[in-house]
Design a protein around this ligand. Sequence first.
Ligand SMILES: Nc1ncnc2c1ncn2[C@@H]1O[C@H](COP(=O)(O)OP(=O)(O)OP(=O)(O)O)[C@@H](O)[C@H]1O
Ligand SMILES: Cc1ncsc1CCO
Ligand SMILES: [Mg+2]
Length: 276
Amino acid sequence: MTKKLTDIIKEYPDAVRTEKPLIHHITNYVTVNDCANITLAAGASPVMADDPEEAEDIVSLASALVINMGTLNKRTIESMITAGKAAKKKNIPVIFDPVGAGAGTLRNETAARILKEVRPSVLKGNVSEILFISGVSSGAKGVDVSENDKNIREEIICEKIKKLALKTGCVVAATGEKDIISDGKRVIYVENGHRMMSDITGTGCMTTSLTAVFCSVSNDLLLGTAAGILYMGLAGEKAFNEAGNRGSGSFRTALIDQIYNTSRKNIEENAKIFER
Ligand SMILES: Nc1ncnc2c1ncn2[C@@H]1O[C@H](COP(=O)(O)OP(=O)(O)OP(=O)(O)O)[C@@H](O)[C@H]1O
Ligand SMILES: Cc1ncsc1CCO
Ligand SMILES: [Mg+2]
């Protein structure tokens, strides 16, 4: 089974480089530049456009839409809903990262509204955000995973994700030390990555951008999502070996370099992706 998954996913980077899909982002102002650069590093083309007046025009040119609620405000909520609905109408995959869900009323209500009104194709967040949306009260204080949620048993997270996928109609992914992805029936685990990835902000946001990139060239959103998470995890491991000893700034640069230099050999030799 592992072989089959990697055999499919290892074709995606070349497809991206051939197709150069446009990825529309409505995202946060903390990590926006990293998201644009990781999208380019993967061979796709980013456009960041978050005004309600142009949301529909821009998304109609795109091959995928990222909705990331990291620095939410009333103006961008309107853009997220408008662009999200327009994308769904045109069958463009919508990847929703509910950054900070659980941290306050505006975020919680907006996440619920986007799920209901847009019906995203993929819901991808860290384990605290996904558990909160699935109804487990989260200990998270902001945009990072809580210590409490890190210790929740894998089988419990898996069950919650499967149920949430069936309820929302989304492919659901929860990231952390181990990443779990499900469409409600199949469940994929990715065990690549490095703990230094949580020492910089934006590894989750960049993973969401890569998920959008690969979903735009895949006809299977479960595998497109798994690919975004897998390639980020593989890049994290190599970036740590190359630059981890220099510190978190160098690690961040090395991560983008690793996506730029993604190789078939790396996925063939090092992917830890399983379907159970
Ligand atoms: N301890 C860890 N070991 C291995 N990989 C990790 C670890 N923590 C995070 N990762 C990887 O880092 C990436 C980001 O995951 P994380 O859950 O930290 O996202 P996030 O909290 O949404 O990040 P941000 O909001 O800062 O962008 C994922 O690809 C995940 O697999
Ligand atoms: C630190 C931070 N605050 C809002 S968004 C963001 C980036 C990572 O999610
Ligand atoms: Mg995040």
